[in-house]
Design a protein around this ligand. Sequence first.
Ligand code: AAL
Length: 390
Amino acid sequence: LNSKSKVIACFSLCLLISSCSSKKTLNEDEAQESFPYTITDNTKNRQLSAAAKRSFYHYSDIHPSGNELYTQFKYTPLKGLDYHGGDGTISRRDPSKVIFENGKYYVWYTYRHTPVPPRGADQSNDTIPSTDWDLSEIWYATSEDGFIWEEQGVAIPRPPKPHAGWRSVSTADILKWKGKYYLYYQGFLEASGKRGDYCPVAASYADSPDGPWTATNEIIVPNGAKGSWDQYAIHDPYPLVHNGKIYLYYKSAFNRPAPVWVGAGLAIADNPLGPFEKHPLNPVTTSGHETTLFPFDKGVAAMITKDGTEHFTIQYAEDWVNFEIASIVELMPAAAGPFVPDAFTDTKDGRGITWGLSHFVNASTDPKKRYSILARFDCDLSKDVDDPAM
Ligand code: AAL
C-alpha cells in the first residue's frame, strides 16, 4: 500500500461496506432513499434547493478521502534548463506526456527562442512572435530521475512553406506504436492570434525517440467542416492506445474568436498516420484547456483544468467516451504531461499516474515579458505505478 492508501484504507473500507456503488450516479429519489445519514421525516418531506439536491447525487464521489481520483499536487522546479535570465526570449511550454525508453525519461515540448518576447498578432512578423507559442519548434529533453533534465535540441523544426507548421510547430505529444514513435503537434499556417488560435494537427515519425524524425507534411487531424464545433482549431493532440486502436484526444474552441468555449474531442484510427475518425458524440468533455488523460481501471481519466463550468475536476469514462466528474481538485497542473507507463499497452486495468511535467506561464502584467517554464508535478492518482525511478 502506498502512503495515501494506508491513511485512507480504513475509511475506504467503511465506505465500501456502506456503499458498494462509489461511481454510481443516483436519481433524486434514489439519492434521498440511500443517503445514509440523518434524513428525518422532516427533512425528507421538505423542499430542497437546487444545490442541496445536487449534493446528494454524487455524495460518494466528491468526498476527497474516499476517492482514488482525488489528489493534491506538489510542484518542484526542474534543473538543467536555461531561460536566458528570464528575459522572455526563451520559452518552454506544453510538455508531452513523459515516456521511459533506453533507460531514461523523454519529454517533448514547445521551444521558442526569438530575439524578443511575443508582441501580439499586430506587431508580429517573420522574427517577432505573436504569442508565446508562435515561431516555435518542438524540442526534447531527457532525464534519469525526472528532476534534472538535459536538453537534447530540436526534434521537429518548422517545415518549409506551404506545409502545416511553417509558421510554428507547438504542443506535441508522443505515441509509441509497433516499435515506432510518432509525434503529433499543432501546425500553424498563420501567426496565432491573427484571426484566432487557428491550426490543424500534423505528425512526424521515427525509429527512435532520439530521431531523426520524418515529417509526413500532411494534415493528420483536420479541422472540422464549416459550422462544426472544431472548425477552427485542433489543439493539444494526445494519443493513447485502447482496444487495438489509437485514441487521440484533442481540444478545440467552439466559438473562437468570440468568448472561448472549450471541450475535448476524440478521434480514433487503426494506423498512427490515420485516417482518424472523429467520434460522433464529440465533444466528449465540455471543460478544460489542454488535454491530459491516462488509463485508469477499465476506463480513462482526464484532468479538466482551468476553463469551463467543470474546471478543476478529474473525470472518468469507463467507455473512454462518456465522462463523469470523479473528483474536485485544486492547484491543478497546467498543460500536464504525465508519466503514463501504460499509455500504449492497451491495458484493461489502468494504473494511473504519480508525476509529470507541466508549465507555468509568467504572470507578469507586462506582455513583453511573457514566457513559460516547465516544472515537475507530483500527485497520487495511481494504483501502484510501475515507475523505474521509484
Ligand atoms: C496551450 C494549448 C495550445 C494552444 C496554446 C498553445 O495551452 O492549449 O498550445 O494553442 O495554449
